[in-house]
Unconditional design. Sequence first.
Length: 749
Amino acid sequence: MRILSKVLAIIFTILVSQVAAQESRLDLKRIFTDYEFSSDYFGPSRWVDDGEGYTTVEKSADVAGGQDIIRYETATQKREVLVSAASLIPAGKEKPLQISNYSWSDDKTKLLIFTNTARVWRYNTKGDYWVLDVASRKLHQLGGADAKPSTLMFAKFSPQGDRVAYVREHNVFVEDLTTKRITQLTFDGSTDLINGTFDWAYEEEFDARDGFLWSPDGKAIAFWQLDASGIKDFLMINNTDSVYSYTIPVQYPKVGEDNSACRVGVVRVSGGDIQWMNVPGDPKNNFIPRMIWVKDSQHVLLQHLNRKQNTNQLMKCNAATGHVETIFTEKDEAWLDTVDDWQWLDDKGSKLLWVSERRGWRQVYTLSSDGKDLKLITPSPFDVISIEEVDTRGGWLYYIASPENATQRYLYRSKLSGKGKPERLSPAHQPGTHSYYIAPGAKYALHHYSTAEVPNTTSLISLPDHKTMKVMVSNDKLKQKIAALDKNPMEFFQVDIGEGVMLDAYMIKPAGFDPSKKYPVLFYVYGEPWNQTVLDQWGGSTYLWHQYLAQNGYIVMSVDNRGTPAPKGRNWRKAVYGQIGILASADQSNAVKGIIKKYSFVDKERIGIWGWSGGGSMTLNAMFRYPEIYHTGMSVAPVANQLLYDNIYQERYMGLSSENAEGYKNGSPITFAKNLKGNLLLIHGTGDDNVHYQNSELLINELVKHNKMFTFMAYPNRSHGIYEGENTSRHLREYLTWYLKNNLPAGPR
C-alpha cells in the first residue's frame, strides 16, 4: 500500500507539472480558436435618475436565453428587475428579444430595444427596433408592416418621449407611439441619395453614421443628405460564393476624385417641405462632419471643413429660412480634426465647449453663441485627450490626459472658469490606462482600468475621491491565466533618434532571456496619425501573439514615431503633414539604429517588421526604403500607392495630390519596390472595401517587373480585418508565425 501510495503521488505530481507546463505555454489554438483569453465586459449600462441609479443587462434566471434589464440604486446597490425577459417576448413568439443595445425615454417610461442587427461596413447599425411601455408591458415593433427585417437604423426617442424617429432604406421616418401612425419625412432616398445616414467615406473617416437630430422642442428634425451619384464605384469581385463570379460595387472617392455632395435639411415632424441650409461653396469639395441644434430650436450649428481640411468654419443656420452665418473659424497650416467634444454649457445656449490646438496643445475653450468670445479653460501645457463629463452645477470639466507619460491615460478635472490648477483623480498607485463613464453631476462613475500586462477591471467608483464602491467585472480568471504564463513583462523605454527627438517604445524579451546572447527582433508598427501602438493598456490577442513569439525565441518591440496621435502636442502629431510614409519610416529606421547601439543583445542581422493597414504600408516602406536594416517583413492589407486610398483620409494628411505630387510619390511604398532585398510576405483580403486588393495586385506587378522574389497570401472575400470565415483568424496568425520562423530564425546566438 505504501509503495502504491508513493507511485500514485509521483503520478499525481507529474500530471500536475504537465498541466502547469501546458498552462504556461501559449499556442495559437488557445488564443484564436478556443478564445481562452477573452475578457468579460460590463453592460450595456445606462445612468438614470441623474446618476442616483443605473441600469444594465443581465442573464435571466427565469427565461432560458433571455436577458433582464436591472436597475441598481448607485449608493446602496439595491437591485430591481426593471424589465424582465418575459416581458420582451413578442406576441405569438416563444423566445424573448435579444438585446444588442437599448435606450430610455427621458421620463424612463419607455424602453427602446435594438435587436436582430446587421452589419453596415464596420458596425452593426441596421436592425429591428421595439418599444416597450414599462407600465403596461406592451411591446411594439417599429417600422410598420411593410418594413423588412433588419432595415431600421439609429432609432431614437423625441425629447418628449412620444415619438421615435429612424432611418429606413435611406429615408427618414417618425412614428407616433400613441397612434402608431408613421410619417415619412423624406421620399427620395436611394443608394445614391442617402438621407439620415452617411456614405462609406464619411463613416470610415469622420466616424459619421447616425445622420439626424431631434430639435430640443421635438418639433423638427435636422438631417444630413449625401448625394453619392457622382462618386465612382470601385468594383470588388466575389469568385467563391457562386459558380459565376459577380462584382460588389463600393462608392469610394479616391484621391483627387469627387466626394458625395453633402447638405443639411430641416423638416417638421408632421411632414411637409424640407428647408435646406444655404451653405456656401461646392458641396462636393467641402465637408459637414458635425452638427448640433442650438437650444432655441430655431438654429443649427454646423462644422464646415474645406477640401484640404485645414479650415473649420462654425456656421449658424436658421432652421426656418436656411440663412447661414459663419460665426467662428479655426485654421491650421496642416490639418484640423473635427471637434467631437462640443456641447452647450447652459439651457439658454449662451456658450459651448470647443477644442483647439491653436496654442500648440489640444486644449478646451468656451465659445460664446455668437462666436466672438473664446475663453481658454485648460491653460496647462498638455493635451486634453478626451472630455468625459461636464458638471455645470459644480463648475467642473472632467477629462482624460497624461502630461507625464504619453503611453498612459488618467482622469483629470479643471474648473470651468479656467482658474486654479488641474486635479488628477486617477490614483497614483494605478499606472496604466483609465477610462470612465461618468454619471450626470459627476458624483459616480464606471471606471475601466488596465495595463499592458493586466486585463481590464470595471468598477463603480465615487468622485472626486475615486473610491471603489463595487467591482463590476474583475476578470480574475483571465488574470490568473495570464499570470500562469511563462512570459517576460512588457518593458517601456525611450529611444533617442537624434535632434532632440525621443520616441516611446516597448519590448518583450524571450523566455529564458540571456543578455549575453543575441536575439532576433520583430518590430510591430503602425506609424500613421490614426493610432498608437506603444500604450500601457491591455492589448488582447495581439499582445498574446507577441508573447507567444517571445516564448519561441523572439524579442518583440514597437516604437511610436512622430505623427502618431500621442498626447505630445500639435507639432509632434502634425510633423508628418505632407510626408506620410516618409518621415515615419525614417523615424522607425533611426529608432532601430538607436536600439541596436543601445542594446547589445539585439542581433542586427535578424531584424524583422510587421504591421497591418497603415502598419502594412509602413512595413513596405521600411523594407523598400531601408533594405540594409530590415531583413524580413510581413505586410497585411497595405496601401501600396497613396493615390489609391480614399481622399478624405489621404488628403487630410498629405494635402491635395495636385499640390503635392512628389509627396504622394515618395510616400508610396510602390515607388521603392525595386529596392527589396529581404524576405517579404504580403497578405490581403480580396473583399477589402477599405484598402482595396488592387493595392497588392499593383505592388505584385511592380515586384515582378523588377524580378523580386516574395511570398503572397490572398484571403478570398475577407474584409480589411481578415476575420470572416471559419478558422480565418487562427490561420492568419499561424501563417505569419510559420513565415517568421522560416525567414527570421528564432532563438539566441
